[in-house]
Design a protein around this ligand. Structure first.
Ligand code: PLP
Length: 363
């Protein structure tokens, strides 16, 4: 039986909140956090909201040695009526458990995890910034805490949720970025951990990212780890191309992370009767489409930036310019619609929005 109640220990003094026009990404955290422990054979227990604080873990805890961990990322948005709302949070909870399964971490009750998010966000509601484009970033994560340096799945874990007010991703409007196609390093490989949201994938990606950042590129375009022919993702986002009227995105293949934004973009395109296909996309095909003048748009998708247009792709020292370096009409429409729904300024035809306070009130 999963525990259903959350103990609450409130902080005695509240921190000063940053001004909403001075917010950066992920540097400031709210007054409280959620923690729940796992141990064998007790299962998940001791769910609690406590003042935000450092945690004490044994130096031999398995997380420090073999990296058994997963995380999620979603946001709480403030609607014009002042309601705190979440965007498809159940998808993040489902993915959390898919990641857990891949990393041999015991599953977490998805409804309870979502309840924990809602209770924490409701408590920290005043931390949701109100300026245009700002939000409260929600970072749930699991770490392995058993003090043991043998290689095996840990028998102790902590599930923690922290919250961080974040600024508008595009302070000067959405601008296309320069991307370098990565021919040497790979992010992951089919059969690896690419479809799990785990820290190791990010550790593996830093080297390539750092090398291109030094030469003026925003991100790398990752190719498949076997043939280095097929496109997988861009930076830590999923990627889409519009070629001759059709939108294509790499099909999920075991190494691509299934983004909630990716899924939402596909649904919106279908709703608008814009042809969209999930299939293998080779770099050669994109290059040829560019040469033939048929590459109309390219963009990344993810919770942080929502839609990030690609204005230039560099592959083997050849530069391909997409839409003359401008944001495409489909990318713009997707950005406006998704953010419109997320901030409660547009109709929500798919039932993607979940109110935070309403739901915790009926409980
Ligand atoms: C989180 C993530 C994404 C985007 O997922 P969203 O649910 O859309 O935020 C894409 N690729 C990778 C590697 C990721 O970690």
């Amino acid at each position: 039986m999963e525990e259903r109640t959350i103990q609450v220990d409130l902080c005695s003094t509240k921190k000063e909140k940053p001004k909403s026009d001075q917010l950066q990404f992920g540097k400031v955290f709210t007054d409280h956090m959620f923690i729940m422990d796992y141990s064998d054979p007790l299962g998940w227990h001791d769910a609690r909201i406590v003042p935000y604080q450092p945690i004490t873990i044994d130096p031999s805890a398995m997380i420090f040695h073999y990296g058994q961990s997963v995380f999620e990322g979603l946001k709480a948005y403030l609607s014009p009526e002042g309601e705190a709302q979440l965007f498809r949070p159940e998808k993040n909870m489902q993915r959390l458990n898919r990641s857990n399964d891949r990393l041999c971490i015991p599953p977490i009750d998805e409804e309870f995890a979502l309840q924990a998010i809602k209770e924490l966000v409701a408590l920290e509601r005043d931390w949701i910034p109100a300026s245009e484009g700002t939000s409260l970033y929600i970072r749930p994560f699991v770490i392995s805490t058993e003090p043991y340096i043998g290689v095996a799945p840990s028998r102790h874990y902590k599930f923690i949720i922290i919250l961080s007010p974040v600024g508008a991703y595009y302070a000067e409007g959405i601008n296309p970025v320069k991307i370098a196609v990565e021919n040497h390093y790979v992010r992951t490989v089919k059969g690896g951990t690419g479809e799990a949201k785990t820290g190791g994938n990010y550790a593996a990606s830093l080297k390539a990212q750092e090398m291109v950042a030094n030469t003026g590129y925003a991100q790398v375009l990752w190719l498949d780890g076997v043939e280095k022919k097929y496109i997988e993702e861009v930076g830590s986002m999923n990627v889409f191309f519009k070629i001759n009227g059709e939108v294509v995105t790499p099909a999920l293949n075991g190494s691509i992370l299934e983004g909630v934004t990716r899924n939402s973009v596909i649904q919106l395109l279908k709703h608008w009767n814009i042809p969209v296909a999930e299939r293998r996309v080779s770099m050669e095909e994109i290059y040829q489409a560019g040469k033939d003048g048929l590459l109309e748009e390219a963009f990344g998708t993810g919770t942080a930036a929502v839609i990030s247009p690609i204005g230039q792709l560099t592959w083997n020292d050849e530069h391909l310019y997409v839409n003359d370096g401008n944001t495409g009409t489909v990318a713009k429409r997707l950005y406006d619609t998704l953010t419109g729904i997320q901030y409660g300024k547009e109709k929500d035809p798919f039932g993607w929005i979940e109110q935070v306070e309403e739901v915790s009130r009926v409980k």
